[in-house]
Design a protein around this ligand. Structure first.
Ligand SMILES: Cc1cc2nc3c(=O)[nH]c(=O)nc-3n(C[C@H](O)[C@H](O)[C@H](O)COP(=O)(O)O)c2cc1C
Length: 252
């Protein structure tokens, strides 16, 4: 069983690729939360996987909350996680390992895929150049079969890219990130054509269309899917996204 979360498709691609190769079942965490479906039965010998993007050098809040609430009946034969990040993950492995330990599970392996960056809500942060996008996706596709083989072999493994100052990034910046993360600066400018693709793209259904324009309802997960999926590039985050590009994962 694989639990996954994805805003802009990178982690979804990884989760689905692994699930297909393992013939495993997939659960989309935001949907499980909407349906308050937290209890799952594992078959004899079944593995447990978690796939998600890195947000501010930590697992996204939504993933933390799910792990706290989930009830897994049965003992997994192997517990693994595969994360996607733009650059590096800080102390994510340790944070996630501890979260699982608190729920009585041992993390056996942590895999990491460097994928195109999706975070644009800060000055200085933007999407990758097209050549970098292409290269990151090509490398991830090259890595996938190796990771799949390791999961099949139930290998004990860690290949997380911690980056510099991992403790400071995860424990200081990462923790404070959620205190000031807000959807209030989001707006759609005059280029909006009321297509509703932003609302459809939002994994947590935080956007409603009001008088033909998107309205953000205060339970944003900061994935930026709305911004990236707008066909008119009409969605902006205050003045932080001016002149920046868009990206979401598309199978080419
Ligand atoms: C709110 C937010 C915070 C992010 N923080 C990090 C980070 O700390 N380190 C990093 O390498 N990438 C970071 N990223 C980039 C994403 O982890 C990366 O692009 C990921 O593949 C997106 O996955 P998705 O398409 O499944 O949503 C961040 C992206 C967002 C939206």
């Amino acid at each position: 069983m694989i639990f996954y979360y994805s805003g802009c498709g990178n982690s979804e691609f990884i989760a689905k690729s692994i699930a297909n190769a393992l013939d495993d079942r997939l659960v989309f965490i935001p949907e499980a939360q909407r349906n308050e479906q937290f209890e799952y039965d594992l078959a004899e010998g079944e593995m447990l996987g978690f796939v998600y993007p890195i947000y501010s050098w930590r697992p996204p809040h939504l993933v933390d909350e799910f792990v706290e609430k989930m009830v897994i009946n049965g003992k997994p034969s192997y517990v693994w996680t595969a994360v996607t990040c733009g650059d590096n993950v800080g102390m994510t492995e340790k944070i996630f390992r501890n979260a699982l330990n608190d729920r009585g599970f041992e993390l056996n392996a942590a895999y990491c895929f460097k994928m195109p960056n999706t975070y644009v809500n800060m000055i200085g942060m933007s999407v990758d150049k097209p050549a970098v996008v292409k290269e990151k996706i090509a490398k991830a596709k090259e890595k996938l079969p190796k990771v799949i083989e390791m999961i099949k072999a139930k290998a004990t493994f860690s290949d997380m890219i911690k980056g510099g100052l991992p403790r400071f990034k995860s424990n200081v910046i990462g923790k404070s990130f959620w205190k000031w993360a807000s959807d209030k600066p989001f707006y759609a400018n005059e280029a909006c054509i009321s297509c509703g693709k932003c609302a459809k793209a939002c994994p947590v259904q935080n956007i409603t269309m009001e008088y033909g324009h998107p309205h953000w309802n205060g339970h944003c997960n900061t994935c930026d899917a709305c911004y990236h999926h707008c066909p008119q590039h009409a969605i902006q985050y205050g003045n932080k996204t001016k002149g920046k590009g868009q990206y979401y994962f598309k199978e080419s």
